[in-house]
Write a protein that binds this ligand. Sequence first.
Ligand code: SF4
Length: 320
Amino acid sequence: MKTNDLYSQINKIKKEKDVVILSHYYMSNDLQVETKDGGFVDFVGDSLGLSIQASQTKANNILFCGVRFMAETALLVNETKQVFMPDPSAGCSLASSINAKDVIELRKKYPGVPVMGYINTYAETKTQLDVCCTSRNAIKIAASLPSDKIIFVPDLYMGQNLQMRVQKELGKELILWNGACEVHEAFASHNSGMKRAIDAEFLFHWEVPKTLTSILDDGAKGMIGGTTDILSYVKKSPKKKFYLASECDLGVALKKENQDKEFITPCIHCAYMKQNNMVKLLAALKAIGSDQQQKYQVTIDKKTMQKAKMPVLRMLELSE
Ligand code: SF4
């Protein structure tokens, strides 16, 4: 089928079934084409942007191209809607590195210390968090907590990267957990290109190990931040060459917005994100409203839902 015909078919089914399609920046190129550009995706964004879109949509059905914790978050902020994924088994190494019992144990070890959890956690873990954060709003959320110590879970590298800013800017200390995103962690063993990128600016995601991001402390040019921070930094920078240390397909959005700029990257993909594809998306869309829909639907039991939505709603309030 021709691409245009495929897009028309998807848009027709979306309309008939009242579906909004949300897609993360880490999706492959074909799953990032927005309706305003002749495609079928209603919104492409980072975790925070997609959570906000999910909380504001009028559509009854959300088809989420991302990983499971993201689709769960969309449901937590919009429990009256139905949330679907092209492949609900798409997981995340970081989200799997911690569970609710682990957080309960941390609370026992550090009584009275608030727990700030990265959005990259499953709903079951979120039931034990005080507040969530994303890579975009972590400093703001940490500043809002009335404590000079904060337990931050589950990303060790992001925590180590945040630690210095949190200490310097807020006078607070982070207590960390030993979880990692296997994609951003892999940059440590694919760093040979960095040496060749001497004249480039470095774009590090918070989840990249400190052993690499420390070159910024040693005077290298560039930034460290969340996905949206990376996009806005490149837009504003007069530089023409960048070394990207984040999921390879973030390069799609970067190139789209900055066609005159060059991006060097070892191109590391997230295998979980890449469980989404056009064939599965179309199958999920067709299944909505049929007796097959539970194969693609993301559900959370009522008890978990009531507790897990609190830290997410608190984050959204504090992000305004
Ligand atoms: S890129 Fe990392 S944090 Fe994001 S879904 Fe993949 S494994 Fe999880």
